[in-house]
Design a protein around this ligand. Structure first.
Ligand SMILES: *Cc1c(COP(=O)(O)O)cnc(C)c1O
Length: 345
């Protein structure tokens, strides 16, 4: 499924001012106290198979194994000392939780994290081992979120959104700053996994300000395509039901701040199936010998679909390989589905 998303002419002057504000925040984000500048790595087998140059931005190599520490650290580092003393609270399906836990530990801030009861054990222990308090509550993200918001109000601590916050978006946008420095030559499109839209908003803001001809393509799970649906409706919508196989992007409503950017600056959003994700996990493994989580493989699955549907060749396409937090036990399922989809392909 695919839809074009330029609802309005993109370059009104207020709109450019918004992008400029984000670019400044991105350039000033102190993320390298904690995050690393990750490699932009060639994927030779996949590139050859697809007839396009595919580059992987290896955010799975961050401490905590996803890009989320960028936004979390940028947000926490800019709290004033009184706010730091009162601590932070968040709700997260996992990777943001680990980012907040590690950032809080580094800055000496108390962190409480509410996670849905369905969160993989790996992500729960990732939080506890970094000294944060983990509360398991609710069957999915909205329930955990409601609980976290009410706790924050009760105890006077700061709520840190996983995606709907300008400083979090700016922290994630540092990924784009690195990509544009690392790939100064040909660059046709950047494929970005979308959950609540913080990552793609930060990337789109930076890239569309500096190199607007580079296409920004969002990739969603077809079981949580909240950006695609919001663009089609012209406003944010709440999905009645969200699938959790790609648990890192299992979000029912695109963030308000992110949508403000995405509605003008994301060129296209595509959605993929769980089997396409399993096949993409294998593709990434074949080229890198590393395992990604389902959400982490969204962008590669999106590139494969985009190339097949548009018949393009000879382009340079970047995929954000966004995370690696998968329970070891899930790998059997992933391998089985990947084998099936290679038979049907
Ligand atoms: C959070 C996350 C995403 C999506 O990021 P958003 O800012 O919520 O859109 C993608 N992949 C992984 C691995 C994540 O943890």
């Amino acid at each position: 499924m695919s839809c074009l998303s330029r609802l309005d002419p993109p370059s009104s002057s207020t709109d450019m001012a918004l992008l400029e504000r984000y670019v400044k925040m991105i350039l000033a984000a102190p993320v390298y106290d904690l995050a690393i500048c990750t490699p932009l790595q060639a994927a030779p087998a996949l590139s050859q198979r697809l007839g396009n140059q595919v580059l992987l931005k290896r955010e799975d190599l961050q401490p905590t194994f996803s890009f989320k520490i960028r936004g979390a650290y940028n947000r926490l580092a800019q709290l004033d000392s009184q706010q730091q003393q009162r601590g932070v609270i968040t709700a997260s399906a996992g990777n943001h939780a680990q980012g907040v836990a590690l950032a809080a530990q580094r800055l000496g801030i108390k962190a409480t994290i509410v996670m849905p009861a369905t969160t993989p054990e790996l992500k729960v222990s990732g939080v506890r081992s970094r000294g944060a308090e983990a509360i398991l509550h609710g069957e999915s993200f909205p329930f955990a979120l409601a609980h976290a918001l009410s706790l924050a109000q009760d105890v006077g601590s700061t709520f840190v959104s996983p995606f709907d916050d300008p400083l979090v978006i700016a922290g994630q946008g540092t990924v784009a700053m690195e990509i544009l420095r690392q790939q100064q030559g040909a660059l046709d499109a950047i494929f970005v996994p979308v959950g609540g839209g913080g990552l793609i908003a930060g990337i789109a803001a930076y890239v569309k300000y500096l190199r607007p001809q580079v296409r920004i393509v969002g990739v969603e799970s077809e079981h949580s395509n909240c950006l695609q649906q919001a663009l089609a409706a012209g406003k944010r919508v709440i999905l009645p039901k969200v699938g959790t196989f790609a648990d890192g992007v299992a979000v029912a409503e695109i963030g308000e701040h992110g949508f403000q950017i995405c509605r003008h600056h994301v060129d296209q959003v595509i959605s993929v199936s769980n089997d396409q994700l399993c096949a993409a996990i294998k593709d990434i493994y074949d080229d890198t010998r590393s395992i990604t989580e389902p959400s982490g493989a969204l962008a590669v699955a999106g590139i494969k679909q985009y190339v097949a549907q548009n018949g393009i060749s000879g382009q340079t396409l970047v995929a954000i390989d966004s995370g690696a937090n998968i329970n070891f036990d899930s790998l059997r399922h992933v391998a089985e589905r990947a084998a099936l989809s290679s038979i049907s392909a």
